[in-house]
Design a protein around this ligand. Structure first.
Ligand SMILES: [Zn+2]
Ligand SMILES: [Zn+2]
Length: 379
């Protein structure tokens, strides 16, 4: 079947340009109820490339609001099942599933390669992180949010307009800050209590989200810093303006002209090879910045027994620090930078916690080098 036949009805719309949709890459962050609706629409519209990131597995309570999931899929990763369903809905779509927390599996380089990001998330922490990443990556974000009887779609298109953090009250900002800083870098379970909702409201918000996405991809004007708010109780839809907070620290996009491809995959390049790669004076030893704290392991003050962990600290629960032998609180050994004299200088970047698509920073004196690690889209 030709694309012309499949897309005949939408191509009859004046100003429609199917080629613009076909060459777009859209990130869908979150493959829950809202993500299902957004993905269904993107697949049927004929968006060329879709990247899905989600850390959860399918539970029975999801099945009342998720078109792409079946009972037989219970327990499977949402991103993988959603990707398979998108492929079945429209085999022309190239779809990739990333299973994991977007803070750790979605590299900034990979995000930068996207045309647009859709936020289909259910917690403020992930929203704040995605919004910040989108500003750095220079990628417009449409953020969907659900309430019990309504929801909204907010357009955070560039650094000149407001971002998600700008829309938070001081209380909400300090609440987020407290949650993430009091855990001293360990994993925070930020799953909120499940909110009451239905498929009908989800379908409305997912439809509005995909509609705004299509308008943006087709080059039609979408108001930066606006919220399309649907009140399901009154059946009313209105557009509200959002204000940029002049004190918000997020509005500094990265200069991507300075970013060069890394000379090998993260699984092969060692920290030592990368540090040797950047030109520097003998007196200015370069430093590799990991971007995320790597928990090398724990040392117990009583037992003196080290335990290797080698995982990003943000993925490890704080309770893990308790010694299984004596119950004392063990000292975490955390690494955020690597120089030529560190014991882990011979480790590969992958072992140091770097992901395909990550942005990698090396600093020597006043100079900064930025590399992007290559990635391979899965079939
Ligand atoms: Zn902001
Ligand atoms: Zn111990």
């Amino acid at each position: 079947m030709s694309g012309a036949e499949r897309y005949d009805r939408q191509q009859r719309i004046p100003g429609w340009d199917q080629a613009r949709l076909a060459c777009a890459t859209v990130l869908v962050a979150g493959a829950g109820a809202l993500g299902n609706e957004a993905l269904k629409n993107l697949a049927l519209l004929g968006v060329g490339q879709v990247l899905i990131v989600d850390l959860d597995r399918i539970e029975p309570s999801n099945l009342s609001r998720t078109l792409l999931f079946r009972e037989a899929d219970l327990g499977l990763p949402k991103a993988v099942v959603a990707a398979r369903a998108v492929q079945q809905l429209n085999p022309a779509v190239q779809v990739t599933a990333l299973v994991g927390d977007l803070r750790f599996v979605l590299g900034l380089g990979r995000l930068h390669a996207c045309t647009l990001a859709l936020g289909c998330l259910d917690n403020q922490g992930a929203r704040a992180f995605l919004s910040r990443m989108c500003l750095l990556a220079g990628v417009p974000l449409l953020d969907g949010a659900m309430g019990a009887l309504g929801g909204e779609v907010r357009a955070f298109l560039d650094a000149a307009g407001p971002c998600f953090a700008c829309t938070l009250t001081l209380n909400e900002q300090s609440d987020l800050w407290l949650r993430y800083s009091c855990s001293s870098g360990f994993h925070v379970d930020d799953a909120a209590d499940p909110a009451p909702t239905t498929i009908t409201t989800t379908a409305v918000i997912g439809g509005l989200l995909a509609q705004e996405a299509a308008r943006l991809l087709l080059g039609q004007p979408v108001e930066n810093g606006s919220a399309l708010v649907y009140n399901g109780q009154t059946g009313r839809l209105h557009r509200a303006g959002l204000r940029r907070d002049p004190a918000c620290p997020n509005h500094h996009p990265l200069d991507w002209e300075r970013v060069v491809p890394l000379f090998g995959p993260v699984e092969a390049v060692t920290a030592a090879a990368l540090l040797a790669h950047v030109p520097h004076a003998p007196s200015d030893a370069p430093t590799l910045e990991l971007g995320r704290d790597l928990l090398i392991g724990f040392v117990c003050p009583n037992c003196d027994q080290p335990e290797a962990v080698e995982q990003p600290q943000g993925l490890v629960a704080a309770a893990t620090a308790v010694c299984p032998r004596c119950g004392a609180l063990r000292h975490p050994q955390v690494v955020s930078t690597v120089t030529g004299i560190d014991p882990w200088t011979e480790w590969t970047l992958a072992r140091l916690g770097m992901q395909p698509g990550d942005l990698i920073t090396v600093r020597a004196h006043e100079q900064v080098w930025l590399f992007v690690a290559s990635w391979k889209e899965l079939p």
